[in-house]
Design a protein around this ligand. Structure first.
Ligand code: SF4
Ligand code: SF4
Length: 428
């Protein structure tokens, strides 16, 4: 593999000042929430029916294929049924509709976990609480920890995407939960050391984290450069332990978990509550009053934007996630899911693409060491043999090639198409 042979020196304008120091706003209670019943292509079994009464934290559904992931109600109220709405994947997706009674009554008997729990108990607890990666991937956390091969646990607090500050604000508000979650993950991993990666520009937060873990000699807060995509787990792992892997970090003795995921584990251990609410950054140049907001899972994006003063203009580009790695959505009816961390709202500009200048900038800046322009050309020419040699499947869809292209070519989108073609091995 040849990941990370790109220069990795690109500092992006983060626009983080738009939300970093603002208070977190609460989205007004909604009459209904729409819990997404989707995890990739996995089948989801619904455990409740129309008319059932649920409370915050009641299990309502489960992913039941090779991974088990329970899904929970985020409000108390009555189940109205299942409705198809646009999902973050732009496909019509089943959502469980719950009519809120406005009380936010918590389910009884939610199990908690002691700080003294052993590795097996912590992993079982992660599974029971449906803990998934909150860095955007949404992968079931317990699955990563079912190993005896971990030497280094990496906690990813980098948050390198422009505009997004949800992780940083979550960490700041929940330091005790972060500590509890990180130490539990460390024990669950059976690793020898734990590294917390955070951007060196977080001048205020770094000493706070150092103080938080000062009694833990094997937990080290490690500042990293403010370059994009430092928060990508391959990049961070390479930066911290100088190793490359093929498919999974455990191949080189590492587990990587996002800092907000650790906070969510810490909260669940203390209160028993699974992930039922999210802090989401609502930012960009086309939202009136950018802020981080807190809302129940299943709240439509439209309500998040309304909480932040609404749109500044009629035609906007709406992105689930950040502008580099997020996915453009065409309707603000899309709802907050377990892994949602941002809604980016940008002014729409008709981009006039011009012919490729052959400047090679996309090649120079690709962190995966790929040749984006050549992948696109091979794809357009339907030259599958050449495409295979150019390794489009190694693309992490970081968006850098489109960002850097002076001809405004949507290079990343071309690579995505090439990846789909390679996955299907279908000649066009
Ligand atoms: S999106 Fe472009 S720059 Fe990023 S990894 Fe893929 S090919 Fe490289
Ligand atoms: S950056 Fe754009 S213009 Fe330059 S080689 Fe790549 S695709 Fe062509």
């Amino acid at each position: 593999m040849s990941f990370l042979i790109g220069p990795m020196q690109k500092h992006l304008n983060g626009h983080k000042e738009l939300t970093a120091h603002n208070e977190i706003l609460h989205v007004a209670p909604q009459a209904k929430v729409y819990i997404p019943l989707a995890m990739g292509n996995a089948k989801i079994d619904v455990l409740v029916k129309e008319g059932d009464l649920v409370k915050v934290g009641t299990q309502v559904a489960a992913r039941n294929d090779h991974f088990y992931v329970p899904i929970f109600a985020s409000v108390s109220g009555k189940v109205l049924g299942i409705e198809k709405r646009m999902g973050q994947n732009l496909r019509p997706t089943d959502h469980l509709v719950i009519e809120s009674d406005g009380n936010m009554e918590k389910a009884e008997g939610l199990s908690t976990l002691s700080n003294d729990a052993d590795s097996e108990a912590i992993i079982a607890f992660m599974k029971e609480k449906g803990l998934v990666g909150c860095g955007g991937a949404g992968f079931p956390t317990y699955v990563k920890y079912q190993t005896d091969k971990c030497e280094t646990l990496i906690i990813n607090a980098v948050e390198c995407e422009p505009y997004i500050t949800a992780d940083a604000q979550t960490i700041e508000r929940h330091k005790d939960d972060l500590r509890r979650g990180v130490l539990a993950m460390f024990k669950a991993s059976k690793a020898k050391k734990c590294l917390i990666g955070i951007k060196e520009t977080k001048k205020e937060l770094i000493p706070q984290l150092v103080e938080l873990f000062k009694d833990q000699s094997d937990v080290t807060v490690t500042p990293v450069k403010d370059v994009y995509p430092m928060g990508w787990e391959r990049t961070l792992l390479y930066t911290l332990v100088h190793k490359r892997y093929d498919k999974l970090p455990i191949e080189v003795g590492c587990i990587v978990s996002n800092a907000t995921t650790a906070v969510m584990l810490g909260i669940a251990m203390e209160t028993g509550m699974p992930i039922v609410e999210k802090v989401v950054t609502v930012s960009g140049d086309a939202v009136k009053d950018p802020h981080n907001v807190i809302c129940p899972v299943g709240t439509p994006f439209s309500e998040l934007v309304k909480t932040c003063g609404g749109y500044t203009t009629e035609v906007v580009d709406l992105i689930a996630g950040g502008p580099m790695m997020g996915s453009a959505v065409t309707k603000d009816e899309v709802c907050v899911g377990l892994a949602s961390n941002a809604v980016t709202v940008l002014e729409h500009h008709d981009v006039k693409e011009i012919a490729c200048l052959r400047c090679g900038k996309c090649i120079d800046h690709c962190p995966s060491g790929l040749e984006p322009v050549n992948i696109n050309n091979a794809f357009k020419a339907n030259d599958i043999d050449r495409l295979e040699k150019l390794r489009p499947m190694d693309c992490i869809e970081c968006g850098m090639c489109s960002y850097i292209c002076p001809s405004k070519i949507a290079v990343t989108e071309g690579i995505r198409r090439a990846k789909r073609a390679m996955a299907l091995r279908v000649k066009r």
